[in-house]
Design a binder for this molecule. Structure first.
Ligand code: 5GP
Ligand code: MG
Ligand code: MG
Length: 182
């Protein structure tokens, strides 16, 4: 059974993803070159392909950590209730933090995590996200580094899932609505 047959259209192709990682990697390398060992925190599981590709374009000594936070209970809409399922293993006190996300939609997840990391004493907290869906915002939130701004569509691939499937698609595509309405 092919995954591609469930995709209505490709929104960000492999070449575009490559260019985004190169561009953001250069920008981050330049902005963080005077900081001491920034920590990149990936939000599982959606961040995995993006963090892995982006980090290889950041030419600096960085640490990489992961947190598993969730505002989704499956399906295609956010619950608004952000839970920490797995915390990171290092103290963020006095550290420069760069959170890597797959997509910013309502803004609830990042708003909660940024507040938490600042409360824990992080020196700075910025966001790098592959996708930004500003039309979905419930809480005003502007990520510093954005790969590409997308319309209010439910997308999958390159880390993003629908009920845990499609994360391994090499591109970002719009899921056919009949997949989640059936
Ligand atoms: P927020 O808290 O900004 O509403 O949502 C962030 C999380 O919701 C993302 O990290 C992602 O897991 C999920 N999400 C938001 N929009 C989409 C989408 O279009 N497709 C998928 N697969 N997940 C999404
Ligand atoms: Mg995510
Ligand atoms: Mg998900």
């Amino acid at each position: 059974m092919s995954l591609a047959k469930d995709i209505k259209s490709i929104l960000v192709n492999e070449q575009q993803i490559k260019e985004i990682c190169e561009r953001l990697g250069k920008e981050i390398t330049n902005d963080y070159k005077s900081k001491e060992r920034p920590i990149m925190i990936g939000l599982l599981k959606g961040c995995v392909p993006f963090l892995s590709d982006l980090a290889r374009h950041i030419d600096l000594p960085i640490e990489i950590e992961y947190m598993d936070v969730s505002s989704y209970h499956g399906g295609i809409s956010s619950s608004g209730d952000v839970k920490i399922r797995k915390d990171m293993n290092t103290s963020v006190a006095g550290r420069d933090i760069l959170i890597a996300e797959d997509i910013v939609d309502t803004g609830r997840t990042l708003d909660t995590i940024v507040k938490l990391l600042k409360h824990r004493g992080a020196k700075s907290v910025e966001i790098v996200t592959l996708l930004d869906k500003p039309a979905g915002r419930v809480i005003p939130f502007e990520p510093k580094y954005v790969g590409v701004t997308i319309p209010k569509e439910f997308v999958v691939g390159y880390g993003l899932d629908y009920e845990e499937i499609y994360r391994n698609l090499p591109y970002v595509g719009i899921l056919k609505p009949e997949i989640y309405t059936k």
